[in-house]
Design a binder for this molecule. Structure first.
Ligand code: SF4
Length: 274
């Protein structure tokens, strides 16, 4: 394992504070690595109370963040057009970058409402979203996907939605999950599947296993994340690499992951959730 050379001249990874708007309290997809997960579809969720609404936007400190991200789970409570109105309201209230939903939610609404993918992603763009989120790109390994998230979009479906989003002029990114045992070959295969996309960035998602079905695996360590960043930076040196960072030790992580090749740590400044 190669350790980053902290003595060499290098940049710190900058810290990007983001605000999260979470649309629902539960998600029927049941992904093994997710705290919103319930294990199988429950039609009762259609009677769940509405989650986030336009009123929530009034109480938000937009000055404190450099990006706002609206994210699922998969809810049966509100239709897609409800969220288009929320994003329109968000766009009026906030001038910075907005990331809204991901191929996972777009595929869900595509099936639930029998609407074309292109229509959904164009509506997102029209409402004011700048980027589609990376959800569904945690791994493209078919065996792991079957074990962890069998109800979610397949690799082929993810690519289909991402292509439509790119055509609609939405920014695209990917967020591979980081855990023990990833190899150079893993990263080569992962990046090969994304080679047709003009990715805005790649955002590592260190496994946070507490409260999920993967809790026995523990959380990804800083060393594992650093190794992943170093591997990918060696393979695609021009691609901006971000790391979603949840721990307190931001200064250490900025130095170590910056030395490995990350240009930014994404930290949650606030979250509004139902
Ligand atoms: S689809 Fe997304 S929100 Fe739903 S369980 Fe999977 S990771 Fe969680």
């Amino acid at each position: 394992m190669r350790m980053p050379d902290l003595a060499a001249e290098h940049s710190l990874a900058e810290v990007i504070p983001v605000g999260l708007l979470t649309t629902t309290r539960y998600c029927w997809a049941g992904c093994a690595f997710c705290r919103l997960a319930i294990l199988k579809p429950k039609w009762d969720l259609s009677r769940a109370p509405s989650g986030l609404g336009p009123d929530h936007l009034n109480a938000i400190d937009f000055q404190a963040v450099r990006e706002v991200r609206l994210r699922g789970g998969l809810s049966l409570a509100e239709p897609f057009d409800y969220w288009i109105h929320v994003i329109r309201g968000l766009r009026k209230a906030y001038a910075g970058p907005i990331t809204a939903f991901s191929p996972v939610e777009i595929w869900h609404y595509h099936q639930l409402e029998a609407r074309p993918i292109r229509e959904l992603v164009r509506l997102l763009r029209w409402a004011g979203a700048d980027h589609l989120g990376p959800g569904g790109s945690e791994t493209f390994d078919d065996t792991l996907r079957e074990q962890w998230s069998p109800y979610r979009v397949t690799r082929v479906e993810w690519i289909q939605v991402a292509n439509a989003a790119q055509e609609a002029n939405l920014g695209i990114s990917a967020a591979p999950i980081v855990l023990a045992g990833l190899t150079t070959g893993t990263w080569r295969d992962y990046l090969a599947l994304l080679s047709d996309f003009a990715l805005h960035h790649l955002e590592f998602k260190p496994l946070q296993s507490q409260g999920t079905r993967l809790s026995v695996m523990g959380d990804a360590s800083l060393l594992e994340v650093s190794q992943a960043v170093d591997e990918v930076h060696g393979l695609v040196p021009d691609l901006p690499l971000y790391v979603r960072w949840h721990s307190q030790d931001v200064a250490d992580a900025s130095e170590i992951l910056g030395a490995a090749g990350a240009c930014a740590l994404v930290v949650t400044q606030w979250e509004v959730s139902p």
